[in-house]
Design a protein around this ligand. Structure first.
Ligand code: ATP
Ligand code: MG
Length: 396
């Protein structure tokens, strides 16, 4: 018969969190875990100083594990048997775990958190190994064991664990405040959003859409991408900005080679004001230096000049292939490469300037009063809340 693990023991970044930060970290992590696992009705959660325990109450570990793997802030976790902190009981439980596992060799590793427990870690390791060797064909292998059996002795209980699952790492999303992601339909910006959330920053997204030059399919694609990365924080608000009039005005009033630069400056101006309204402390883009003509340092400097907010560019130094690797890992790649037009692709000039300057951009913008169009964009924003479920509902 299969052995049923009744708990999951969750480990988190112990080194980087101290004092009040630590309390906030645990509280936020537990709440993010609860949200991610809200589809499982029977679970309950227990926080302690250095661990979080998920009580499974009959829910299979294998169903919970893939979701837990996506929660930022978790360094690793294990299915666990919870038993009384009593040496005889621990030995029996360790034997039980081995009997129900695949393999031929094992290694014991005990941590005695309860220093009042009358046996030292080594004694516990030896006692458990003795019981296993006497009752099975298994052998000890300290270098490459098939089964790395972990035991944690605590005051209230002892946990016996057959293996460790690597967590997503990073910080619990939301603990580092909120930022506004400029989300296009491309490969890079969803990856940038994912990496930002991984550092503990919650995101909202802004998308510039230019109907009828861009289609509903193109907008749908962006919303699908948002829904795909919403898994890391439960939901994402996407603010869709109607950008057509402003974009046409740029092409009409500024020289063609500067059109992209000025368009980006307008996007950042609008994103900046929206971010302030939404209590975001930074902007995030998927820019990568040198990747296209409009992404040189000169270009970044010229675009940056219109905002005082930090612009986070998580993939700034990545190669395209490195970005694609992450996109595949987070399942956004297939959506990103769908061939729907983006507002930038439609209006791309033949010879964009690679070394724009702030001076020239300001000079070009002075020929036309863009402010009313910027305001109009801001007042006609449509906000959609995307969740993972929402995408599934749309599909059926
Ligand atoms: P991506 O793959 O993210 O589209 P890209 O390599 O195509 O990036 P650009 O098109 O130059 O690069 O865009 C650079 C960044 O500007 C994007 O990563 C995104 O953050 C932002 N951006 C571009 N177009 C839009 C848009 N229509 N709406 C919102 N943000 C945009
Ligand atoms: Mg793009």
């Amino acid at each position: 018969m299969e052995l049923v693990y009744d708990h999951i023991l969750v480990r988190y970044g112990e080194l980087s969190t101290k004092g009040k930060n630590r309390k906030d970290f645990i509280r936020r992590l537990t709440s993010n875990m609860k949200q991610a696992l809200s589809g499982f009705e029977r679970l309950s959660f227990e926080q302690t100083f250095d661990r979080i325990y998920v009580h499974l109450h009959g829910t299979p570990f294998d169903e919970v594990s893939p979701i837990l793997k996506e929660v930022f802030g978790i360094s690793s976790f294990s299915p666990a048997l919870k038993v009384e902190s009593d040496l005889e009981t621990i030995k029996e439980a360790a034997l039980n775990v081995v009997i129900h596992s695949e393999g031929k060799t094992f290694k014991m590793e005990t941590r005695r958190h309860d220093k009042k427990f009358p046996f030292r870690s080594d004694d516990i390791n030896r006692a458990c190994a003795g019981r296993i060797l006497a009752n099975t064909e298994w052998k000890v292998d300290v270098h490459k064991p098939d089964l790395h059996l972990k035991v944690e002795v605590r005051e209230k209980a002892t946990y016996i664990m057959p293996f460790v699952v690597q967590g997503a790492g990073g910080y619990p999303t939301g603990i580092g405040g909120k930022a506004m992601l400029l989300l296009s339909g491309g490969i890079d910006s969803p990856v940038a959003g994912y990496l930002t959330m991984k550092r503990g920053i919650e995101i909202e997204a802004v998308h510039f859409s230019s109907p009828p030059y861009t289609s509903d399919l193109a907008k749908g694609k962006v919303l699908d991408l948002a829904s795909q990365i919403s898994v890391y924080q439960g939901q994402i608000k996407v603010h869709v900005v109607p950008f057509t009039d402003l974009q046409l005005a740029i092409y009409k009033n500024c020289s063609e080679s500067y059109a992209i630069t000025i368009m980006r400056r307008m996007m950042v101006r609008i994103a900046d004001r929206l971010a302030q309204r939404r209590n975001c402390m930074a902007l995030v883009t998927g820019e990568s230096v040198g990747q296209v003509a409009s992404q040189t340092l000169n270009s970044m400097q010229t675009i940056n000049e219109v905002t005082c907010m930090p612009i986070l560019r998580p993939v700034v130094t990545y190669d395209k292939l490195e970005i694609i690797d992450v996109a595949k890992k987070i399942n956004t790649y297939e959506t990103s490469i769908l061939p729907y037009e983006d507002c930038c692709t439609i209006f791309t000039p033949k010879n964009p300037v690679t070394k724009p300057t702030v001076k020239k951009a300001i000079e070009l913008e002075s020929h036309f009063d863009f402010e009313p169009l910027i305001e109009e964009c801001l007042s006609n924003i449509e906000t959609v809340v995307m969740t993972v479920k929402k995408q599934e509902e749309d599909l059926f």
